[in-house]
Design a protein around this ligand. Structure first.
Ligand SMILES: NC(=O)c1ccc[n+]([C@@H]2O[C@H](COP(=O)([O-])OP(=O)(O)OC[C@H]3O[C@@H](n4cnc5c(N)ncnc54)[C@H](OP(=O)(O)O)[C@@H]3O)[C@@H](O)[C@H]2O)c1
Length: 286
């Protein structure tokens, strides 16, 4: 594979680059290539002529998208279609990532690829628009929806990894209140990268849901991390907070967003929560 990875300094981007190693013909973050800069994007892709383009770039601030809707649409909808067009021009496969926020979270059962989207906020709308434009493009594409990505080093837009922020606050003895009314399938970025690359190697095209199995609320996730990292240096465990997200409202625990997928089962896929928590960057295994 001759891969080009944009948004390469994000959680997923970093793991894609690590995993692909010498198969990466070009990679860069926003400083090297702003995906909304059409001239720069077309010039890099024409020069590199990859056979697969991975898009790790995204505007990911769920609440922020309400006030920065134009920016969210630019990065999450316009840029992917430009990348898809360029992929078509050079004959590359375009691999794009989307989110469970394109659903309203109220299905009462796991979401399948064929379920009808119904985003509740501007972030979900921007990601859904990106999906639609990529699907309508003439590019060969693989579209991967995922949920609650967490990785080594965390998400810069959100101020680091969720778990690292939780553990830092616990160590400092600050009281923790974590939302308990939204349920996700926490997905470990290295697992997501490996699954997406495996799909590419298997020749998959079209839409796939990929997430680590199992689901939990952010509060359960924080409690488990807190326990696993060892109670010694944490004075207080996280308390549940009921205030729903300004944008989404509650996603009740009774309605888990798990992701049975058309993707073939992959060796080593385990519950994201447990796998991620075993990693040194998040906390030592008990
Ligand atoms: N994180 C989640 O919980 C989650 C859940 C479901 C789906 N997803 C999807 O999974 C994919 C990967 O997410 P992630 O967690 O790896 O996100 P991430 O850590 O926030 O990484 C996104 C990267 O995109 C970069 N970026 C933003 N605007 C850009 C631009 N105009 N040009 C180039 N790069 C730009 C960011 O750079 P800066 O750091 O400079 O802003 C950041 O490095 C995304 O499509 C996301 O929507 C994520």
């Amino acid at each position: 594979m001759r891969a080009l990875v944009v948004g390469a300094h994000g959680q997923l981007g970093r793991d894609l680059v690590l995993l692909l190693g010498s198969e990466v013909a070009w990679s860069g973050g926003r400083a090297e290539l702003d995906v909304t800069d059409w001239e720069a994007v077309s010039s890099v892709i024409r020069r590199v002529r990859p056979d697969v383009i991975f898009n790790g770039a995204a505007y990911n601030k769920v609440d922020g998208a309400e006030s920065e809707t134009g920016r969210a649409l630019e990065v999450n909808a316009v840029a992917p279609v430009l990348l898809a067009r360029m992929a078509h021009e050079v004959g590359a496969l375009f691999v794009h990532f989307s989110t469970d926020y394109i659903f309203d979270g109220r299905a009462g059962r796991p979401y399948r690829e064929e379920d009808c989207p119904g985003p509740l906020g501007a972030y979900g709308v921007s990601k859904l628009a990106g999906e639609g434009l990529v699907r309508a493009s003439r590019a060969e594409h693989l579209l991967v929806r995922t949920s609650a990505v967490f990785g080594r080093g965390g998400n810069r837009q959100k101020g680091g990894s969720f778990m690292e922020r939780i553990l830092d606050q616990a160590r400092a003895g600050r009281p923790l209140r974590v939302v308990a009314d939204q349920t996700f399938s926490p997905t470990y970025a290295p697992d997501l990268a490996a699954a997406a690359v495996a799909l590419v190697r298997a020749g998959a095209r079209g839409l796939y849901h990929l997430a680590n199995t199992g689901s939990c609320s952010w509060h359960e996730f924080a409690v488990r991390g807190h326990l696993r990292a060892g109670r010694g240096h944490h004075r207080r465990g996280p308390a549940a907070r009921g205030r729903p997200s300004r944008v989404l409202g509650p996603r009740p625990g009774a309605l888990p967003v798990t992701w049975p997928s058309r993707a073939p089962p992959l060796a080593g896929r385990a519950r994201g929560l447990d796998r991620g928590l075993r990693r040194p960057s998040i906390g030592p295994a008990p």
